[in-house]
Design a binder for this molecule. Structure first.
Ligand code: C2E
Ligand code: CA
Ligand code: CA
Length: 477
């Protein structure tokens, strides 16, 4: 009997079964084992470590600002970066160890046996440096990434797989909090911080439902008119136990846990209502500037939402400005230009926020339909002692004049900074020196008490001082 046909069919079946098995346990994009495979393997690795009497390390790795890269440069580039990271991880970790992709930009690796903690730390440091090396993409573009890394050690931090993962996760969270590109080893305090984060996330979700957010306003001084020409809307969360929580804590959390669109909606609604209030109170010339997260701008239906909110609240659209970071605007998504165009057609203007912190391209800047550039606070901080910052700020002010873009200096805290910026021809100035963020009622009284012009302690620079500043500047440039 000829059984060759049957053999071939069986081989095919085995191949298909292996393939399906591979799909179920591996990540399609990077080819690494997936979460399921990690969950199944870790308990076995722990058993081997116990039997062998050695230590084992679980290391969680999460890329910093990956969402930003994905949202702004596009998913193809995001995917390419993930593949690149996967390759570097497998290259850096020893062949016998285990690397998996858990989800999105979250990777894990297991160092199956070591004796001294420094050995594990050295591996993590190597991985951190490997990820920080620039990635050259297929298109030839170079991008930089960094990873936050957290690790837990068996048997010091836990003896069960779940416990080890939780501890490594908590350490990774602390690495994130400490700033980009950090490695952290688990300790008990981190466990508490992790619990707090989870609680805060739950509170945030329910506060969005209960609308427990306020809009505060920081006046922005216009040099040419010697008055407050606009106000920036800054969100505040009135937490039932913690009191006022600042956006630096809750905006990234809201972006992370997917409530930024609903939260952004609440802020827009309030700010639009209050713009109408300002008009009614006689401050129709004051622009209201609102921070917009990339996720909000990219959300389907955003333009329609804005349109109906404008109508419903009788908001004067030409008094509304949206502040977006430069990376949002230098996006490769085709939709971004159309979204911005449609919002501009409604009358809304655009400002680039935190300018100088992203990957700006000056040639593209000229083509962008923006009215304002807000120089990031870090550049203002160094004024007047940091010569490089001085030169950059001066160059931006000159460029703004050439392109007809209004230049705003943020975070002005000292008289010296103010005088310098004023002398250099900066258009608008924002900072604690003039006024901090305040609730709407305080804002209205500040505007109405004749303090529309800069407070008395802000002295206009004398001509002499101005030219001295400019001369000093010319030398540095
Ligand atoms: P930002 O857009 O750069 O806003 C300016 C931040 O600098 C505000 O912090 C403001 O209080 C602070 N600031 C103003 N003047 C000075 C100064 O002279 N010195 C110093 N050191 N700081 C000054 P705040 O209100 O804590 O907001 C932090 C960030 O949170 C904002 O930075 C913005 O990126 C984000 N944010 C605030 N409200 C919203 C919102 O409604 N939506 C979104 N997506 N983000 C928001
Ligand atoms: Ca801003
Ligand atoms: Ca800013």
């Amino acid at each position: 009997m000829d059984i060759s046909g049957r053999c071939a069919a069986e081989k095919q079946l085995i191949k298909a079964r292996d393939y399906l098995q591979h799909l179920a346990t591996h990540d399609e994009l990077t080819g690494l084992p997936n979460r399921r495979s990690f969950n199944e393997s870790l308990p076995n690795f722990i058993v081997s470590a116990r039997r062998g009497g050695y230590k084992l390390g679980v290391v969680m790795l999460d890329l910093d600002q990956f969402k930003g890269i994905n949202d702004t440069l596009g998913h193809d580039i995001g995917d390419e970066l993930l593949i690149g990271v996967a390759l570097r991880l497998t290259d850096t970790v020893k062949a016998g160890d285990f690397v998996a992709r858990l989800a999105g930009d979250e990777f894990v690796f297991v160092i199956k046996s070591f004796h001294r903690l420094v050995e594990l730390e050295a591996i993590c440091e190597k991985v951190r440096r490997a990820v920080a090396e620039p990635f050259v993409l297929g298109t030839g573009t170079e991008i930089r990434a960094s990873a936050s890394i957290g690790l837990s050690v068996y048997p010091t931090d836990g003896t069960g797989a779940q416990e080890m993962v939780k501890c490594a996760d908590a350490a990774m969270y602390q690495a994130k909090v400490s700033g980009a590109g950090c490695v952290k080893i688990f300790n008990q305090a981190m466990g508490r911080a992790q619990k707090q984060k989870i609680r805060l996330e739950q509170d945030l979700r329910s506060s969005v439902v209960d609308k427990k957010f306020e809009t505060w306003y920081q006046p922005i001084y216009q040099c040419s008119s010697n008055s407050y020409s606009s106000v920036e809307v800054l969100a505040r969360w009135r937490h039932p136990q913690r009191g006022i929580v600042h956006p630096e804590t809750f905006i990234p959390l809201a972006e992370d846990c997917g409530v930024i669109e609903s939260l952004g909606y609440l802020i827009l609604e309030k700010a639009f209502k209050q713009q109408h209030q300002l008009t009614e109170a006689g401050y129709e010339q004051v622009n209201v500037s609102i921070n917009i997260s990339p996720q909000q701008l990219f959300a389907a239906g955003f333009v329609d939402t804005v349109k109906s909110l404008l109508e419903r609240n009788q908001t004067v659209a030409k008094r509304i400005e949206f502040e977006v970071t430069e990376n949002t605007l230098f996006d490769q998504h085709k939709e971004i230009n159309s979204t911005i165009g449609r919002l501009q057609a409604l009358g809304i203007q655009f400002a680039i926020d935190d300018f100088g912190t992203g990957y700006s391209s000056f040639s593209r800047l000229a083509k962008l339909p923006i009215r304002k550039i807000k120089i990031d606070q870090t550049f203002i901080k160094g004024i007047p002692n940091n010569k490089k910052n001085l030169a950059i700020v001066k160059a931006l002010i000159t460029m703004g004049k050439d392109l007809g873009i209004c230049i705003v200096a943020e975070g002005v805290e000292t008289q010296e900074q103010f005088d310098y910026l004023y002398a250099a021809g900066c258009d608008e100035i924002q900072g604690f020196l003039l006024a901090g963020p305040m609730p709407i009622n305080t804002l209205v009284s500040v505007l109405s008490s004749g303090k529309r012009s800069a407070p008395a302690h802000v002295t206009r620079v004398s001509k002499q001082l101005a030219s001295a500043h400019i001369d000093a500047l010319k030398e540095t440039v």
